[in-house]
Design a protein around this ligand. Structure first.
Ligand code: 0CJ
Ligand code: F3S
Length: 338
């Protein structure tokens, strides 16, 4: 960190904490890497493992092949499901195509799937707040298509119809704007006063914490740079939250070389953060770009502590355990077969 002064020309960077990888992304990316080590290339991955260009390009170089549908995977291969989750029909398609599967769905998405199944079993109408066409929403809706209808923001509330207004629950995508979701819920509650809420927050801890930090930053910075890809819902929400918090401008960039010199005109405080699918090396490159232009002082804006981690997908844990046991047996002269 550089020397801090209060001189008029002082240029500073506010760096959000937490930012970048969440526990679900870390697990999913490591799962692809471990699968490549364990089984060798290629490993097929249905949909981008996480919505980040750099992550996808890096894994492709290591031997991952990304496809949109399981029928693109030749029989007898391994296919991994992305962190965003899949509908049960996708598991069926993989089985029909004679594919071995590794499920890298984030456990916090699985939690929402289970809520959907439970409320559908109890014959509730489920109002799923989320963005139409997003992979996670497609997967969650697929758990109970006859009971779930999508509500894509407050403006969608007017068209919502339910069978029995005393038996309605709302659930949500994990990566939404917290404030916008509360606005949608408020409008839904006006229409359906007996609407019940999910048993615990569906918007995940990582989404919430990254928004808290960018809110704090957006109130102090004239410009906020969010590192993240265009198809990353949680990264896009950070841009919106920064602007609503008061930042005159906020932009989403995949890489430092997308930043435009003109964005810095008249700016003395720049906020920097990144989405949950973004490796920190990309943020470091942005900080380097800024420091070359006089923004050397970096202050951390800390909104929360994070310590949550998830274990690897069970299919990998099982195989890694079997491999370790075989190795021990081989080294100790035991009788185990690899
Ligand atoms: O849906 C998820 C489980 C979040 C995964 C991490 O972020 P990303 O950018 O891959 O996905 P979103 O578009 O959902 O933010
Ligand atoms: Fe999971 Fe939230 Fe990350 S749902 S993948 S912890 S953004």
């Amino acid at each position: 960190m550089g020397l801090m002064t209060d001189s008029p020309g002082r240029r500073r960077v506010l760096l959000a904490s937490p930012r970048g990888y969440c526990a679900g992304v870390d697990r999913a990316v490591i799962a692809v890497e471990k699968a490549l080590e364990q089984y060798g290339a290629p490993i097929y991955v249905r949909h981008e493992i996480v919505h980040n260009k750099y992550v996808v390009q890096t894994l492709e170089k290591k031997g991952a092949i990304f496809v949109e549908q399981t029928d693109e995977v030749p029989p007898g291969n391994i296919v991994m499901f992305s962190a965003h989750g899949v509908a049960p029909t996708v598991h069926d398609e993989a089985a029909a195509g004679r594919l071995a599967t590794i499920d890298a769905t984030c456990p916090l998405v699985t939690k929402v799937h289970k809520e959907a199944v439970r409320f559908a079993d109890e014959d509730y109408d489920i109002l799923l707040i989320g963005h139409e066409g997003h992979e996670e929403v497609i997967g969650t809706s697929g758990e109970a298509p006859d009971h779930i209808q999508l509500v894509d923001g407050p403006e969608d509330v007017a068209k919502v119809e339910v069978r029995d207004p005393s038996k309605v629950v709302w659930l949500s995508q994990t990566t939404l704007s917290v404030d916008e979701t509360m606005e949608t819920v408020g409008a839904l509650k006006e229409k359906f006063p007996q609407l019940i809420s999910p048993p615990s927050d569906d918007i995940c801890y990582a989404t919430q914490n990254r928004q808290l930090a960018v809110k704090e930053m957006g109130a102090q910075a004239e410009l906020v740079i969010v590192v993240g890809s265009r198809n990353s819902s949680n990264s896009k929400r950070l841009v919106e939250v920064a602007k609503l918090a008061g930042s005159a401008a906020a932009y989403l960039v995949d890489f430092a070389d997308e930043i435009e010199e003109g964005w810095l005109d008249g700016v003395s405080t720049v906020g920097v953060t990144s989405g949950a699918s973004v490796p920190d090396v990309l943020v470091e490159q942005v900080l380097e770009w800024l420091s070359q232009r006089g923004f050397e002082d970096v202050e951390i804006v800390k909104a929360a502590e994070e310590s949550i981690t998830f274990s690897l997908p069970k299919e990998l844990r099982r195989d890694l355990r079997e491999e370790a046991a075989a190795l021990v047996a081989e080294r100790t002269g035991g009788g185990a077969q690899a």
